[in-house]
Design a protein around this ligand. Structure first.
Ligand SMILES: [Zn+2]
Length: 325
């Protein structure tokens, strides 16, 4: 019997030392927790040190002016490492070095557009991964899921015109906002006070049909734990939601993308949340037994109002999808 391919974890100490302060403070401690709990030592998990992204790839995704302006900041090195880690993860999962991958970052990516960036992002890690696999391996179709509570505007700017990229993009709202543009661009303006059940259920209902429609060859998840109730973003999720989301997307990747699944770390600053969400996600990717401590807190409940709003929103999207596909 063939041994299972490992889950690859990409990391570099400079992500913590030189990353954007809001995001970087969690990185070392979340990494240490993986060691403390024996997660990194498990044979199903392979750790690799991140390398810098190639300049030539950066130039294919971002303008020279933007690259020069990031070069003038103190976050250039950590941004290049975060991008390099993302590209390597995509490469490893595509070429069969790894079953799936988790990417630590020192600066996030989804607010980085071609020629500008904001919100602790400098280079668009997802778009760089996509462009690399398109150019080097001829990969044509991707399913990008973004559950960070902030809108993935940079990813949309860079990849929005790509016919082979489907983007399921949750963001915190109050039922406002346009949720459906095309099957390739599904924005979900989700109630910002939602709890675990409505959020996880929405992901479950939307991810599978969209992934099937996309016929994606790889699933990329932009995972921000700023969606946790005590972290800084919208949504009121508990730790329970994160392994639940991982299981859903893992299964979708298996059904549609031959299991190819890369998780990219996005927003979030709370150390407690980072330690437990990252651990539970990696353990799920590697099919390791969950740690009770990773879901020890009370699940976050929805109000009946939130649940109704969320359900209606997803019903509407699915209805429009059925009409348009
Ligand atoms: Zn965010």
């Amino acid at each position: 019997m063939l041994a299972r391919l490992p889950t690859l974890v990409l990391y570099h100490p400079a992500m913590a030392q030189e990353g954007y302060p809001v995001l970087a403070g969690r990185v070392q401690q979340a990494f240490d927790y993986l060691e403390e709990t024996g997660t990194l030592q498990a044979p199903q998990v392979k750790l690799e040190e991140a390398q810098l992204v190639e300049d030539s790839l950066l130039q294919q995704v971002h303008t020279n002016r933007h690259i020069a302006s990031v070069g003038g900041t103190s976050y250039d090195f950590a941004s290049r490492l975060s991008a390099g880690a993302s590209v390597r993860a995509g490469e490893a999962v595509w070429t069969g070095d790894a079953a799936n991958a988790f990417v630590f970052t020192g600066c996030a990516g989804h607010h980085a557009s071609r020629g500008s960036a904001w919100g602790f992002c400098y280079y668009n890690n997802t778009a760089l991964l996509v462009r690399h696999l398109q150019e080097v391996h001829g990969v044509e179709r991707f399913f990008v899921v973004d559950t960070d509570p902030h809108f993935g505007d940079g990813t949309r700017d860079i990849l929005g015109e790509e016919p082979g990229v489907f983007h399921l993009n949750f963001y915190a709202a109050f039922g406002e906002g346009e949720e459906f543009k095309s099957p390739r661009h599904v924005d979900v303006p989700f109630p910002s006070n939602c709890g675990d059940a409505s959020f996880v259920e929405a992901l479950r209902r939307l991810a599978k049909p969209l992934a099937k429609e996309s016929r994606a060859q790889m699933l990329l998840w932009n995972m921000g734990h700023d969606a946790h109730a005590i972290d800084y973003g919208g949504f009121q999720l508990s730790l329970h939601a994160f392994p639940a989301m991982t299981e859903i997307l893992f299964k979708v990747a298996e059904d549609v993308c031959q299991g190819r699944f890369v998780v990219l770390l996005s927003g979030g600053s709370e150390v407690y949340v980072a330690r437990h969400t990252i651990s539970s996600i990696i353990r799920c990717l590697a099919a390791l037994t969950p740690l009770p401590a990773d879901t020890a807190e009370e699940p976050a409940y929805d109000s009946p109002d939130t649940e109704r709003t969320a359900q209606k929103l997803v019903d509407n999207i699915l209805e429009k999808l059925a009409l348009d596909t």
